[in-house]
Design a protein around this ligand. Structure first.
Ligand code: GUN
Ligand code: FE
Length: 433
């Protein structure tokens, strides 16, 4: 089952905690060879050096003019919100009531959930995303169907059933006990089955009672290597509401921290309007943030302080946050990340953007020992990028002056058309027509 891929190869060699170290660790091989066996990276290097390692009879898949990169990692996305992406004109709390909740109720129907799970995974793959941390709905069937689809292609996917027992329509509520029991059952059924992992998923503080957050904390204690995935400090009205609902807690993040929901496998989407004490807590507990620029601009939520996260050495990955986010494409997400940082006088470099989408994302999910670059032994999830997918991109590519320039243009102009092939677990799972 050995596979040999010949193309340009691009990755980042190691995890860094300062952005200036990224460029030093970028590895680019103009004429490279990637060898894959049983879903793992077996060898990567110069074609000339490696070509004799290819056993006779193995066909080399050559992609001239293309760039092979590690698969993209989406650290925050809602699979049951594809239907209402781009719904007009609200900020977070009204948008949830008017568009999200009426959509999510449809996922109590397992057939519908299965159909949408298939749609969702296809969209990830056509956008070059090979790992995602995903919100389901309150219905356990929604998570079953997503995991079933991911399992079929042995995709590394993290997902969980939403826990919410208040401040949403009755038809979407569970209770502390029901959410505990259903989550536990799903953990026992799916966590670490193949490449699948479970995330305990309280929607956000306003939709969980303290009793339910206790249950979430209890689950995390009983299953310490599961993930915890929620929203934090996205919107100013949301933050005010949390302060009213939890007057005894020092901050929004303290609500989660108090219930044992911070830590190295806790991922907090948005985290835009953080107080100093919240930054301290994220840093001290080694929790991670998902940066969701398209969503934060679309809902008018605010500008994420990436510079502060670097300063504090708080882990950050990129999130599309479909359906508040407006694209499945991590490239388009990086395009908007660049603009968000421009407004804060911070120039996001092409290499930094690329790092956040691959190895940095893997680190934020505590998966950097398994995915995120081409280290030998890692899981063989990668994309074959077409840097000249449109006439404009071709023109601009022909006028590029450096690798950094090429990569930056790709991130600025790229989208799903830039994804030529996607490989998961060493197997071809998407090919552009
Ligand atoms: N906060 C609570 N629920 C949601 C959601 O579905 N999307 C976003 N963007 N924020 C949330
Ligand atoms: Fe979200």
């Amino acid at each position: 089952t050995l596979k040999a891929i010949r193309a340009s190869m691009l990755d980042v060699a190691c995890v860094v905690d300062d952005p200036v170290d990224i460029e030093k660790n970028v590895r680019y091989i103009e004429d490279g060879l990637l060898l894959v066996t049983n879903g793992r990276i077996e060898w990567v290097g110069e074609w000339e050096e490696g070509k004799d390692k290819i056993p006779e009879g193995v066909r080399v898949r050559s992609y001239p003019g293309k760039i092979v990169m590690p698969g993209f990692i989406d650290t925050h996305i809602h699979y049951p919100q594809s239907e209402m992406v781009g719904a007009y004109g609200e900020q977070l709390l009204e948008w949830l009531d008017n568009y999200v909740f009426p959509t999510e109720v449809r996922y109590k129907d397992k057939d519908y959930a299965k159909e949408m799970s298939e749609f969702f995974v296809k969209q990830l793959l056509r956008n070059g995303t090979t790992t995602a941390l995903v919100f389901g709905t309150v219905h356990p069937e929604s998570v079953d169907s997503l995991f079933e689809v991911a399992e079929n292609i042995n995709m590394r996917m993290i997902a969980g059933k939403v826990m919410m027992d208040r401040n949403a329509p009755d038809y979407l509520l569970d209770t502390p006990e029901i959410s505990y029991n259903q989550s536990k059952e799903l953990i026992e059924k799916w966590h670490k089955k193949g490449r699948l992992l479970y995330a305990i998923t309280p929607r956000f503080a306003p939709t969980s009672s303290p009793e339910q957050l206790d249950m979430a904390g209890k689950l995390k204690k009983e299953f310490p290597d599961t993930y915890m995935h929620t929203h934090l400090c996205e919107n100013k009205s949301e933050i005010e509401w949390v302060k009213e609902l939890f007057p005894d807690r020092a901050s929004y993040l303290d609500v989660y921290h108090h219930h044992g929901l911070t830590g190295p496998k806790s991922i907090f989407a948005h985290s835009i309007h953080l107080e100093d004490c919240e930054w301290d807590c994220l840093q001290e507990t080694d929790s991670a943030i998902s940066f969701c620029p398209t969503s934060n601009l679309y809902l008018g939520s605010g500008l994420f302080k990436l510079q502060e996260a670097w300063k504090r050495k708080v882990k950050v990955g990129m999130g599309t946050d479909i359906g508040a986010g407006t694209t499945f494409s991590i490239m388009q997400t990086l395009n908007e990340a660049y603009k968000v940082m421009q407004l804060q006088e911070y120039r996001l470099s092409a290499f930094e953007a690329f790092y956040l989408a691959t190895l940095g994302g893997a680190k934020s999910l505590s998966l950097d020992h398994l995915i995120g670059n081409f280290e030998v032994g890692k899981e063989a999830d990668f994309v074959v990028i077409d840097p000249c997918a449109t006439p404009l991109q071709q023109l601009r590519f022909d006028n590029s002056k450096s690798l950094a320039d090429e990569l930056f243009v790709l991130i600025t102009l790229g989208d799903d058309r830039s994804i030529y092939r996607t490989y998961v677990d060493g197997r071809l799972v998407y090919a552009r027509n």
